[in-house]
Structure formats: structure tokens, C-alpha cells
Design a protein around this ligand. Structure first.
Ligand SMILES: [Zn+2]
Length: 315
């Protein structure tokens, strides 16, 4: 343990990380904290979806006690980041057959284009060792459609079970977004991400409601390039994959109050449309410690803190 402390302190010094006490529950280092459902055993009380980090709809985020004058920057909690991501999407529910609109084809385009984009670069500063940082390498291997009735998303385990059912060859850097055909209803969140295991392989996954006609989760993309429901899913998809790369097991990078890089810039946009290799999207930015520390970079989040970058007007 002492050796680990020394190594971590050296790592912190080398990277100028803002290191906090690491290894919560003594399980931080291997990045596989939590139980078989990927639940971070700390702080789940009061979470709307135990074991998941939710993306609150507009105005739904519970008020938090202000942390006096401490830095708003993200801290490393000792868990692994995901340097590259291999994505396979799952569309779950019978309505994906009868009424897919432009959402399946549009999200295929989104995931095929996000890799190596300037938007993907917005997470590159987050590392778990001097030589292991998030990179913009994101590959997409297509989607599955499951027309059985989808789960509600109020628990992580049915979504993880769906991932393990559909993904027969899971990989450690797999990120599996699950899009259900159900509307949000009274849930306060648009989406969430979590982590677990399929047959012993650690996997990262996320859950998304159908956001058609849902003003609480609408980024207000006026481009006319996408349906409103697709534009909304693209924005939340950017949010969740950004967090899955910087905090894949819910024990790596977040601020003192538990907000991850995309949470801190939720519903704050720096650029009308961001450019991918094959498409354009309206996506919120991500928090950058480096931008917050540099008065010439970054734009303000909804709390007025100037630490958001989006790879468009703000890099
Ligand atoms: Zn989030």
C-alpha cells in the first residue's frame, strides 16, 4: 500500500493532477470499483438511478450545497480512464420497428463520425497515469435492434442484462449505449451511464429515453439537419460518451460534488453546430481544467464558471 501511495503521489506530481484522497474503499486503482452491476457503493443513496450517473433534464438538477471557495475543477479519484472506446449501439423496444424516424440512421452517423473529431478531443487532458490519457479514438461497429419490450431505465441491472444479451463479444473498452423507445415521462433525467461486467469482462454502458417532443431534454438545434428527437439524442449521446471515457467506472474524474466533465457543462453550448467527419451536431461542451485555468480559453457553464470547451468555437 505504501508503494502504491508513493507511486500515485509521483504520478500526481508529474501530471500536475489535482489529486484527492485516492482509492475510495481501497478499490480505486484498478478501475473496476463497484459490484457486478457496476455500482459505486458510495453515495448511491438519493441517486435517482442507483449505480448510475444521470444527466438531469433542464432545471431538474437538485440544488447542492455550495463548496465555498474550493476549485470547481475535476479531481482524479484513482480509477482508470478509457483511452479508446469501441462502440456498439442497441435500440430496444418494438417502436424501433414501426417508427424509427431518422434516429437509428442518424445515430449510426453520429458514432461513425465522432472519432478523431475536435469535440472528441475535449476529453484528452484526463489521464490515469503519465502515459495513459483519453484519446479521440472512438470506433463504431454498428447497432443491434431488439424489438422486445424495453426496461424503464430506473435500475441499471435490466439495462446491463440487455447489453450482455445483445453483445456476445464484449470488450474491456466497450461502450454500449442503449436507446429505448419509451418516453421520459416523469423521470428527472434524460440519460445515464454506468458500468458492469458481461461474463467477467468489464463493460461501460448508457441508457437513453426516446426524447421526441421532450422540451426538458431538447438542445434547441435549429439547423434543420435532424429531427428534434435525433438532435436531442445526439446531444445527450455526446454527454454520456464523454463521461464514459473520462469516468468509465464512476471512480476516475469528477469534481468534489460528483459532477463529471459533461455534467459541469450541461445545457451550455459554445457553438451552434459542431463538425464531425461526416455530419454536424449541436452538442454541449465538456469541462476542461486546463481551460478553466486559462483565461483565454473556455466558455461559461450555467453556474458562470468559464471552463467549458466543445472543439468548435472553444478548443
Ligand atoms: Zn452526466
Amino acid at each position: 500500500m505504501r508503494n502504491r501511495i508513493v507511486i500515485l503521489l509521483l504520478t500526481c506530481a508529474f501530471l500536475s493532477f489535482e489529486c484527492l484522497a485516492f482509492g475510495q474503499n481501497g478499490q480505486g486503482q484498478n478501475g473496476q470499483g463497484g459490484d457486478s452491476q457496476g455500482q459505486n457503493s458510495q453515495g448511491d443513496q438519493g441517486k435517482p438511478v442507483p449505480g448510475a450517473e444521470v444527466f438531469w433534464a433542464k432545471g431538474q438538477r437538485p440544488a447542492r450545497a455550495r463548496t465555498n471557495n474550493s476549485s470547481p475543477n475535476l479531481l482524479w479519484f484513482g480509477g482508470n480512464i478509457m483511452p479508446t472506446a469501441q462502440v456498439q449501439a442497441i435500440f430496444w423496444g418494438p417502436n424501433w420497428s414501426s417508427n424509427p424516424g431518422d434516429k437509428i440512421t442518424g445515430l449510426d452517423t453520429f458514432y461513425l463520425g465522432i472519432g478523431s473529431s475536435d469535440y472528441a478531443n475535449t476529453a484528452d487532458e484526463y489521464c490515469d497515469s503519465p502515459s495513459n490519457c483519453v484519446t479521440p479514438t472512438i470506433t463504431y461497429s454498428g447497432h443491434f435492434v431488439d424489438l422486445t419490450t424495453a426496461a424503464s431505465g430506473s435500475q441499471t441491472s435490466p439495462i446491463l442484462n440487455e447489453v450482455c444479451k445483445e453483445i456476445t463479444n464484449p470488450v474491456r473498452n466497450g461502450y454500449y449505449p442503449v436507446y429505448v423507445d419509451r418516453p421520459r415521462g416523469s423521470a428527472g433525467y434524460c440519460a445515464w451511464h454506468s458500468a458492469g461486467f458481461c461474463g467477467g469482462v468489464p463493460v461501460q454502458f448508457a441508457f437513453f429515453f426516446n426524447l421526441d417532443g421532450d422540451p426538458g431534454c431538447d438542445p434547441g438545434d435549429g439547423s434543420g439537419l435532424h429531427s428534434e428527437g435525433l438532435a436531442a439524442l445526439a446531444n445527450v449521446s455526446g454527454h454520456e460518451i464523454s463521461e464514459a471515457r473520462t469516468d468509465p467506472r464512476l471512480n476516475a474524474w469528477m469534481d468534489r460534488s460528483g459532477s463529471e466533465n459533461a455534467d459541469k457543462c450541461a445545457w451550455s453550448f459554445g457553438t451552434p453546430l459542431l463538425t464531425f467527419s461526416n455530419s454536424q451536431w449541436k452538442i454541449q461542451g465538456n469541462w476542461s481544467n486546463q481551460a478553466y485555468n486559462d483565461p483565454l480559453r473556455g466558455y461559461r457553464n450555467l453556474n458562470g464558471q468559464k471552463g467549458c470547451i466543445d472543439g468548435g468555437n472553444f478548443k
